[in-house]
Design a protein around this ligand. Structure first.
Ligand code: TRP
Length: 72
């Protein structure tokens, strides 16, 4: 895959933020759910197994495309 070393950063602004990884390929399903508490940071990549990520809760998400602040 291209851009294999690109990563994104998620910082939780409240307790219980969920970072959910969705599978790559024709079968799109959740494969991992990571719970972050306030102030916790997750650094992750898109991989062979993960093509999409869903963030549930208040968080700041930094990508190479910019920074997104989830609304309440
Ligand atoms: N085992 C997963 C993978 O290699 C781990 C992972 C990578 C992940 N990026 C993620 C899990 C983003 C949740 C969200 O694809």
């Amino acid at each position: 895959m291209n851009n294999q070393n690109e990563f994104f950063v998620i910082k939780a602004k409240e307790n219980g933020v969920n970072v959910i990884g969705l599978t790559r390929g024709s079968d799109t399903r959740f494969h991992h759910s990571e719970k972050l508490d306030k102030g916790e940071v997750m650094i992750a990549q898109f991989t062979e197994h993960t093509s999409a990520v869903k963030v549930r809760g208040k968080a700041i998400i930094q990508t190479s495309h910019g920074t997104i602040d989830t609304e309440e």
